[in-house]
Design a protein around this ligand. Sequence first.
Ligand SMILES: CC(C)(COP(=O)(O)OP(=O)(O)OC[C@H]1O[C@@H](n2cnc3c(N)ncnc32)[C@H](O)[C@@H]1OP(=O)(O)O)[C@@H](O)C(=O)NCCC(=O)NCCS
Length: 158
Amino acid sequence: MEKPLEKRFTTDEEWKRIAEKKRIKIRKYSLADYPSVREILQASKLFYEPNDSESNLRRVIGDDPDSILVAVENRRVVGTAFTESGFIPFIFRVAVHPEYRNRGIGEKLMQSAEEVLKNKGHSEANILVAIDESENQLRYERQGYEKGHTYVWMEKKL
Ligand SMILES: CC(C)(COP(=O)(O)OP(=O)(O)OC[C@H]1O[C@@H](n2cnc3c(N)ncnc32)[C@H](O)[C@@H]1OP(=O)(O)O)[C@@H](O)C(=O)NCCC(=O)NCCS
């Protein structure tokens, strides 16, 4: 017997999601985006001055203009994703402004960051997720990421 199709029509909710996703543009960071990026990282509790200062971001994009992405809706910068493509390809600082969450922007930023790494010749992407952030771990698993080893972060001031 033929298996019935589980879904025949796109629901109103799905159309809304598709329309919202289309409105979001992902582009490279430019220097004028700094105040918005800083605000988003701070609101997302990911801001760390030594790494995320204006001068450091300027230096980073000077070396690699593709390494910082922003999500833009109606000219407003509403999300960020950074990539590190040296020895080990990493995606980090994935953050969406709290008022713009749960609309697919985070996922779109991840996909774009993965594209950046792919275009640089990498065949994998890595992301570090805090051990107590099980929701984020599940989200990345749904996006195709698998858990690797668990490490302890050690640091030393130089
Ligand atoms: C993690 C973070 C970047 C996710 O951003 P986001 O834009 O809310 O992510 P998405 O909208 O793509 O996904 C969130 C959920 O919304 C759902 N969603 C996607 N598009 C949607 C839409 N148009 N309407 C309703 N829901 C939608 C997704 O299915 C997803 O559900 P899930 O949690 O069950 O997977 C954001 O919560 C954030 O900035 N958090 C603080 C910083 C942080 O923790 N960063 C990650 C460090 S590892």
